[in-house]
Design a protein around this ligand. Structure first.
Ligand SMILES: *Cc1c(COP(=O)(O)O)cnc(C)c1O
Length: 372
């Protein structure tokens, strides 16, 4: 039987193949390889889509987080609060600024940053908090806004939530957000790409400068910078895919609802815990993450994979139990919700083009893998 991948990039490409080819021809004719018209157009279109005033295209999502923090003045000696359950890039970006990552736990139902544990982690050296909009829905940013001291900024990690809203608010509006266009994201490029989103013109200008060797004009360096720019070929792909993103997200929502229905029996007997959506969230289902109970998660994933089902785990270890961040000095038990989730979660295949038959096969295989 044909394998069912976690994400079907081939199916996504087929939808835009002609447009991408035509766009690549334009770039080759213009030799606008870094920056240029396509990049500017994409930035305008994505800012419109995301309901923010400014979008700055950068080289990848990790840089987007780092640039957002740097533009907010975060650096050596500062502390930045991040969730213990996130893709490691969030923490890597903090570390790259020279600041110390300080971890906070997640909520048990949605896996989103628990605002109270984040506020508890804030101290005199804290300069920023990074809520991560995990799996396609937004963390509670407004619960933090009013409570944080004035010198603490919010930098949203919006890598997994392109098109999501919470109480009609989009990532970056009234603040700053970073996103990633890694190929597997809801809006994926054909290589690495990312963006910073903000309503604040000064912040946008500063991000643009830092990402371009410290200045927006050639050989003018106003601030210390590095190189993190979006290239024209990626902008072509992103423009073609952006035009289809809202439809793709709607298809993901329909597929998630179908999984909910197909998994209802397993959920009723407590063997599978379905993903929860926080009130006010329009979810874009970057990942459909369930918990398995009473079964060994890794062996369930192994059985699914053996049957050609591309189930995955996002992520197998929380940050504090990852070798790279052992020096933060935590041990098992420090972030119980994140730890428990990491032991039990698995992600089922989900993409706009997934068919009801494929989903039925995923659920049948999962049911077998869980045993009776
Ligand atoms: C993908 C991702 C990133 C990093 O993006 P890259 O483009 O791979 O650098 C950061 N944070 C989260 C939550 C992500 O999912």
């Amino acid at each position: 039987m044909k394998p069912i991948p976690l994400v079907d990039l081939k199916a996504a490409h087929e939808e835009v193949a002609d447009e991408v080819r035509a766009g690549f021809e334009r770039i080759l004719a213009d030799t606008a390889f870094v920056g240029g018209d396509e990049v500017r157009q994409f930035e305008c279109e994505y800012a419109d889509f995301g309901n923010v005033a400014h979008c700055v295209g950068v080289a990848n999502g990790t840089d987007a987080v780092e640039l957002s923090l740097r533009a907010g003045g975060v650096g050596h000696g500062d502390e930045v609060v991040v969730p213990a359950n996130t893709f490691i890039a969030t923490v890597g970006a903090v570390a790259r600024t020279g600041a110390r990552p300080v971890l906070a736990d997640c909520l048990p139902g949605t896996y989103l940053l628990d605002p109270q544990t984040a506020l508890d982690a804030v101290g005199p050296a804290t300069r920023a908090v990074v809520p991560v909009h995990l799996y396609g829905q937004m963390a509670d940013v407004t619960a933090l806004t009013g409570q944080l001291p004035g010198h603490v900024r919010i930098v949203e990690d919006a890598a997994q939530c392109q098109g999501a809203t919470r109480d009609a608010r989009t990532p970056g509006s009234g603040g700053i957000a970073a996103t990633s266009f890694y190929p597997g994201k809801n809006l994926g490029a054909y290589g690495d790409a990312g963006a910073v989103l903000t309503d604040d013109e000064q912040l946008a200008d500063l991000v643009r400068a830092i990402a371009n060797h410290g200045g927006v004009a050639k050989y003018r360096h106003d601030v210390p910078g590095f190189n993190s720019r979006l290239d024209g070929l990626q902008a072509v792909v992103l423009r073609a895919k952006l035009a289809r993103l809202a439809d793709g997200n709607a298809a993901r929502r329909a597929a998630a609802a179908r999984y909910d229905a197909l998994l209802a029996d397993l959920a009723a007997t407590g063997r599978v815990l379905l993903p929860a959506t926080a009130p006010g969230n329009v979810h874009v289902w970057h990942l459909y993450v369930v918990q398995v109970a009473g079964a060994d998660r890794d062996s369930v994933v192994g059985k699914l994979n053996a049957e050609g089902i591309g189930a995955g785990v996002h992520y197998p270890a929380p940050v504090h139990l990852t070798p790279a961040y052992r020096h933060l000095g935590h041990s098992r038990g420090d972030f119980p919700n994140a730890e428990k989730a990491a032991e039990r979660i698995l992600s089922l295949p989900l993409y706009p083009q997934i068919t009801p038959d494929q989903q039925q096969r995923v659920v049948d295989t999962l049911t077998d893998a869980l045993g009776s």
